[in-house]
Design a protein around this ligand. Structure first.
Ligand code: GLU
Length: 463
């Protein structure tokens, strides 16, 4: 059997780390098995969608490094891949369910349902929808229809037995059918509900595996019951714990989780994000940076854990450093962007980036180093270096005498002062950059303008 997976976001707002992890694992599952990966826009609730949200999500997924065989922007078998364009398909299958006795129209209003629930609660009963109560006399149905009221369409839930499935993450699960009430398949007005549209689309699109958040665990039995009633094949479902932030709050658009767009704008490399997310809830033999192809090849849904996972943005730094190390010169320059190196003479840019690449994790930090190394000759105020003035006098003298690299300079300083090693390099670096950490002295010599170096040494050489 060829594996088909999908990612099915509702196109409202931007995707966050939790969404991207779900998309990544579904992509890995398909790609690792040479299968197909689909994207489906679950946009039946058009009122919540802002213009451009879907396009933005597709752009974020592509940036993240995922590719899809079919989706809202790329039609293929089983499409269209936008639920808002599938109205006719939903009507057809709702009709099928009604004809086979698996669905019925319900003319009870929201207000009546609310009152009924309140009444049941008062009587100490579970506030559940019940089929007998919902059935109105024929005359009342006719009256409501004539008054223009549209019915909701409800599923005739099974009443005996159980709905069971083998969850890809949690193992065998089952729900007694008696716990499934006659839920809504389509709201009055005909808009299909999530349970119905989502399950039907998976079946019609040939989806074989669904990895999704455990917030959907409560839906699975009902979705399986729908597919069973339609005689359609069901995918295998796997429910993963939702990602939480370091404080334990579930990531969500509503609570302002960092979006893909924000990660991207901050210069985070997509591979760093993918490696961070892939390690939340899935073990990997290799603790180094994995390429997308390696992630796909090594992913195994059976190894997903069902324990809660926290996404701490601090984890990103480690992977960002590794992902940056893996960039070649051209990719590094693209990542930094033209603005970050605007102050660096064009001929020096590659050398500059090579000098600072291990000291930065964002283009903003690249720009900071560009300002430090190529800014005004003197640092104001002169940094505290902790070095004796004799050190700088000797350094400047050697510099003026033509020392062209840091080794020659250090040699001269050692001879003049008796100092050695970091007692020379540390004060020199501080004098040259104002920073205790940063590129090696050799790298600074290779890129900094000589006048700047001379001026900065001179700032400390005065007795
Ligand atoms: N649109 C649903 C969501 O974003 C899809 C759920 C699923 O993957 O089945 O939660």
């Amino acid at each position: 059997m060829s594996i088909v997976t999908r990612f099915a976001p509702s196109p409202t707002g931007r995707l966050h780390a939790g969404n991207l992890r779900t998309a990544l694992f579904n992509w890995c599952l398909a790609r690792g098995a040479g299968g197909r990966f689909l994207l489906r826009a679950e946009d039946t609730d058009a009122s919540r969608e802002a213009a451009g949200d879907l396009e933005q999500q597709l752009a974020d997924l592509a940036w993240f490094g995922l590719d899809w065989d079919a989706g809202p922007d790329r039609e293929g078998p089983g499409g269209p891949f936008r639920q808002s364009a599938r109205g006719e398909i939903y009507r057809e299958y709702l009709g099928q369910l009604a004809e086979s006795g698996h669905a019925y129209t319900c003319y009870r209003t929201e207000e009546e349902l609310r009152q009924r629930r309140a009444e049941l609660r008062r009587r100490g009963l579970p506030p559940r929808y019940d089929r007998e109560w919902a059935a109105l006399p024929q005359a009342e149905v006719a009256r409501r229809r004539q008054a223009g009221q549209l019915p909701a369409i409800r599923f005739t839930a099974p009443t005996a037995g159980e709905v069971a499935w083998d969850d890809l993450v949690r193992g065998p699960r089952a729900l007694p059918a008696s716990e499934i009430s006659d839920f809504i398949l389509a709201r009055s007005g005909g808009m299909p509900g999530f349970l119905f549209a989502n399950a039907l689309d998976d079946a019609l699109m040939g989806v074989t595996h669904v990895l999704r958040g455990e917030d959907h665990l409560v839906n699975t039995a009902r979705q399986l019951a729908i597919l069973q009633a339609l005689g359609l094949p069901a995918p295998r479902y796997g429910h993963m714990p939702l990602l939480a932030d370091p404080g334990g709050v579930k990531l969500s658009k509503r609570t302002g989780a960092t979006s893909a767009g924000e990660f991207r704008a901050a210069g985070l490399l997509p591979l760093a994000l993918a490696n961070t997310l892939a390690r939340l809830g899935h073990p990997w033999e290799d603790s180094g940076l994995l390429s997308m192809a390696e992630l796909a090849a090594g992913f195994d849904p059976a190894r997903l854990t069902s324990s809660a996972q926290r996404f701490d943005p601090a984890q990103l730094g480690h992977w960002q450093r590794l992902a940056l190390d893996a960039l070649d010169e051209a990719a590094l320059a693209r990542w930094a962007g033209p603005e970050a190196v605007a102050h660096v003479p064009a001929a020096q840019r590659a050398r500059f980036l090579a000098a600072v690449r291990h000291n930065v994790v964002s283009p903003v930090e690249v720009a900071e180093w560009a300002r430090i190394l190529f800014g005004p000759a003197e640092l104001k105020p002169p940094p505290e270096t902790g070095g004796p003035p004799g050190l700088f006098a000797a350094a400047r003298a050697a510099f003026d005498a033509g020392a062209t690299d840091h080794k020659a300079l250090a040699g001269a300083v050692k001879e003049a002062t008796g100092l050695a090693g970091k007692n020379i390099f540390k004060p020199l670096r501080l004098a040259l950059t104002g920073r205790p950490e940063g590129p090696e002295l050799g790298a600074l010599f290779a890129v900094m303008p000589r006048e700047t170096m001379r001026a900065r040494l001179a700032q400390h050489a005065q007795p």
